[in-house]
Design a binder for this molecule. Sequence first.
Ligand code: CRA
Length: 826
Amino acid sequence: MTENRANSTAPVTAPQHSVEGFVKEFLRELHFGQGVTMERASVNDQYLALARTVRQYLMARWLETARRQREAQAKSVAYLSAEYLLGRQLDNALLATDLSEIVEEGLASLGIDLATLRDQEVEPGLGNGGLGRLAACFIDSLATMSVPCIGYGIRYEYGIFRQTFVDGFQVEQADSWLSLGSPWEFPHPEAAVTVHFGGRTEKYDDEGVERTRWVPAWDVLGVPYNYMVPGYRNGRVNTLRLWSAQATNAFDLAIFNSGEYVDAVRAQTFAENISKVLYPEDSTPQGKELRLQQQYFFVACSIRDFVDNVLPADFDLHDLPSRIIFQLNDTHPVIAVPELMRVLVDEKKWDWDEAWAVTQRCFAYTCHTLLPEALEVWPVELLGRLLPRHLEIIYRINDDFLAQVAQRYPGDELRLRRMSIIAEHPERSVRMAFLATVAGAKVNGVAALHSQLLRDKVLPDFSEFWPDKFTNVTNGVTPRRFVRLANPALSELITDAIGPGWLTDLARLREMEPLADDADFREKFRAVKAHNKQRLNDLLQRRDGITLPGDAMLDVMVKRLHEYKRQTLKVLHIVSLYERIVSGELDPTSIPPRVFAFGAKAAPGYKMAKQTIALINHVGRTVNQDPRVKGALTVVFPPNYNVTLAETLIPAADLSEQISLAGKEASGTGNMKFALNGALTIGTDDGANVEIRELVGDENFFLFGLVEPEVDALVTAGYRPAAYYEENPTLRRAIDLIASGAFADGDRTVFEPIVSNLLHEDRFLVLADFQAYVDAQDRVDTAYQDTEAWTRSAILNVARTGFFSSDRAMWDYIDRIWQTQPVVAR
Ligand code: CRA
């Protein structure tokens, strides 16, 4: 071995873990990476240099993790998700490397304020809401648990839109999160993968065996961008690999050769459109062709990557299930199933049955919804045009599956039609959830109630056919980001009380339970809340010019705007309080002052949701300006709710609003974040609320509303919302006030669609639950006035909700679905 070669295998080492070590590297990054001097450096230069410096501390661990992984040949989880709602990276990296203090001190010695640089980071908003944030929590947990995982997804050039308000109405702006530089990503253009689309299939004779090949019409390149996923102080750094679409040379050349230079450049844009923008619909897919292109694009790249690059060159693919489990995050990546079949049958020339046996063991499917409109279906016409070979494979999978069903239930035609992966009406289409269920080794829902309803209501024939395939894993959230980083004051209080072990073993929060009865501790707990409210106030002032009244209950509803989540019910409550005060029925000094805080984005094409946003803003404007309710009721709605805002808003909350119609919210994860940060929940018997209430106890939770079987019965019997309006004067006066135009400068037309929807349709039973909700809110008011008892409940919420750590969720996946093992350092 030559001298040079020997050097090239020298271990990669991190910069010194000291203030001097950090400052030296930081200045080097500033000078040689950014090409500026300290005197000339902008805040952005400083931020980029800082990010690159912190990255260096993780690099050795990252390379070492990859080496260890190759050596151990352990089974990996490949998490396939169209969304990762990561949130800011800098703080998380500082926490993982335990560098916060060093960096703060080092920067201060150079006259730089760490907080200012933190604020410079634009969060990667590559997801819509719960599903994308869940994926981000899961990869954080797996890294922290030393479980091999590679996250696969799409590097959208534009993430979730930036929301602004114009006259109270939502206006969307493009989220160009990459425009100031992207120091956390590592592009590898040399490792690009080709993905095919369109064309036709043809049969050919392969030494006496008839085979099929796909003759595609066009290609794009998938360029991998790697991101570090650091475990919490355990020396492990997993990888998130997001794919970016680029035009292939061949694609360009064909057009270049025809002399159409400008068209060729335009064609490039066509290919690159695939990863251009995240679809902004949260659980209501629009069935757009480009979306199917996105889905196929990223799973084709990911399977190719795993088979060709992650596995050793001589790997026998028959052993694939011992090395990988592809976890399908909802149906978005399900086209991976026919893609793996295509690779095995067409490219590797396996028999169908042999390929199917392996494929079936390589996939598992998580369903995240119960809403029928959220279950993806792709028209056969579209799928066949874009992916003709995959459509054939899906047909074959369906034929074989239906043959099995027919064998078990001879003559049951109706059942066959119900269970077919191909739906015939309203147009011939592929039911992706059925395909995922047929192919997946396991199918899970995301909360106990959801998994039950999934079996009983959404996929009953399938759960009868394969009872053992179905399981539950209740969602969780990462305590590193949502407690430690979001709530440093509470974290310190907890660590002082029970030591630091809770951060990686959240069930240990239980040890705090006795402290709920300790007056001294309660006092400290309240001081933490007050501090967090102050911090929120500072942020909102800086960000939006909003000032919160001091010393009010903070009642928060943050989540995507969707009718089933019932922001309208919350608005009706506020309007009703306002109306009762203004009409003299309610003495404003008899209730504790409240701030109602909202955060919500509406899908740009979702009219009712956008109207609701406008209604909240208009009600807010009226209420906040009216001297008769001043001090008692305040409404705030900061625009552009995102992970970064959540991190300051949630720790300040007293009351968490989780008021979806029972049976509609699969799980919720915001509900968990609030409870863990010491807010009490007012909620329906829905999603993970059920489990939160079981754990914290009825007396520490404000339950209201119809339960799922009651909802079902009411709808079946014929629900008539107007009856509630007619019979309940409080409700009637609130609705009438909205209808009168009182919140729209007298214009009765502006909110007419909301009013008439409530009175004549009300799909989500807002009016049916109104009185129960108002009564529960009265109980909240009473409870809040007993400060000591309220604090006790808040502490018990924290102490009893350790179950909702995403670490626990990951152990459940490992145990019930993946059968993987952590890989520990030797
Ligand atoms: N919209 C559910 O509605 C759930 C998350 C994560 C959702 C939430 O109740 O907490 O998933 N469903 O499991 C979804 O995206 C496609 O379906 C969500 O985020």
